[in-house]
Design a protein. Structure first.
Length: 394
């Protein structure tokens, strides 16, 4: 995983803000970390922000669940990672460890609410904030048995929002903020939008594939809806005979997706690449004519802005998150139905003028996004909460 190297002025700005707010030690809670086999955009985001905060001299402890094959405690890019308990027990065990002081002292808390919250307003009295990238909605029924799914929806949509009404929330996009306000009832004034960055190593270079190459990057899990993409790609191939699709990522749906590819006789034009190195991913982005996503829910869509930084436009589902990551008609195209997405992919693969225009727009869009800005603006929310609490005690 690429670790962003922040500019000196960025580190100075964060250090000054931290000193003014009285923040030196930060605990960051999430249900998984970057080394987890199912790590995705949320984990990349947490890593990039934590690493820059660490570069600024802050002491960051990132507590998550077990990651098979990795130690319980380790250092990564200047911050500490503590992995204890499984997927479900990580929540109560982390809270109990925090209350007992086993995670060490802290000046502020960052809670990453990924479906199940840590309920920090019930037990944390100090400075804190929540990162909530999107509403999970239909994802519950895709991942859990019916009873647990209903409990998840009840917790996320009815119970937890009432507890967090005074906790500052950071989300990644304006469209995701609208979701949080409309679906969960949060106050718009309490939700701050801070877009994710793009590492400078994602940049134009190399040469495009001589034939239409489409790529898609993401975890092979239900919310990404790769079976839908496979169906759409079969329709694209019928109209663009040389088109190919490379899917990058791992997950528990891999066997089912491969079986679908086999059943469609698509093994010669749809390839599951699994996990690949950063260098190979950058090369793929540069070679591809277009990147695509049929995801059902996203807070942003970082793989698409990574591809954009390499000069590759996107075709994606018109959902919250994607609506900000992809500027419709400028850096890519958005669609709702299979027919719309098929038409968009065919258009980008066959219309060189359109492809060139979208490629230029994609590079310009990605150029507006930096991890330096993300780290500064996110820390500003935490610092403001610390100052507010300090002022209320006077």
């Amino acid at each position: 995983m690429l670790t962003p190297q922040a500019k000196p002025e960025t580190l100075e700005a964060i250090a000054r803000a931290a000193a003014t707010a009285g923040i030196e030690r930060i605990h960051m809670f999430a249900w998984r970390d970057l080394d987890d086999v199912e790590a995705g955009g949320s984990e990349v985001h947490a890593h990039c922000v934590a690493s820059i905060w660490a570069q600024a001299g802050l002491n960051v402890v990132h507590r998550t669940s077990f990651a098979p094959g990795h130690p319980q405690q380790a250092g990564r890019a200047g911050y500490e990672v503590v992995r204890k308990a499984g997927r479900y027990m990580v929540f109560p065990r982390t809270v109990l460890a925090e209350l007992a002081g086993r995670n060490g002292s802290r000046d502020a808390l960052v809670e990453i609410w990924n479906g199940v919250p840590y309920l920090s307003p019930l037990w944390c009295s100090g400075p804190r904030m929540v990162w909530l990238h999107h509403v999970h909605g239909p994802m519950w029924a895709m991942s859990l048995p019916d009873t647990l799914a209903k409990a998840g929806v009840l917790l996320e949509e009815r119970i937890a929002p009432k507890l967090y009404r005074r906790t500052p929330i950071v989300t990644l996009s304006n469209s995701s903020r609208e979701e949080l306000v409309t679906d969960l009832g949060f106050s718009r004034a309490n939700v701050t939008v801070v877009s994710p960055g793009v590492d400078p190593k994602f940049s134009p270079g190399g040469t495009k594939s001589p034939t239409p190459l489409i790529c898609s990057v993401g975890r092979l899990v239900p919310v990404k809806d790769f079976p839908r993409l496979v169906r759409i790609m079969a329709a694209v191939r019928a109209r663009v005979p040389e088109a190919r699709l490379v899917i990058v990522g791992e997950g528990y749906e891999r066997e089912a997706i491969q079986a679908q590819i086999d059943s469609l006789g698509a093994t010669n034009f749809i390839y599951l690449a699994g996990r690949i190195s950063d260098a190979a991913l950058i090369n793929l982005y540069r070679m591809a004519w277009v990147t695509t996503s049929t995801s059902i829910r996203e807070g942003w869509g970082m793989t698409m802005t990574e591809a954009a930084a390499c000069g590759t436009p996107s075709v994606a589902t018109a959902i919250a998150g994607h609506a900000d990551a992809v500027l419709e008609g400028v850096s890519g195209l958005l669609g709702t139905t299979d027919a719309e997405l098929t038409e968009h992919l065919v258009a980008v693969c066959t219309d060189a003028v359109l492809r060139e225009r979208l490629s230029k727009g994609a590079a310009e869009r990605a150029g507006q996004l930096t991890w330096d800005a993300t780290a500064i603006d996110t820390f500003a929310v935490l610092a403001a909460d610390a100052k507010r609490r300090s002022g209320s005690r006077k």
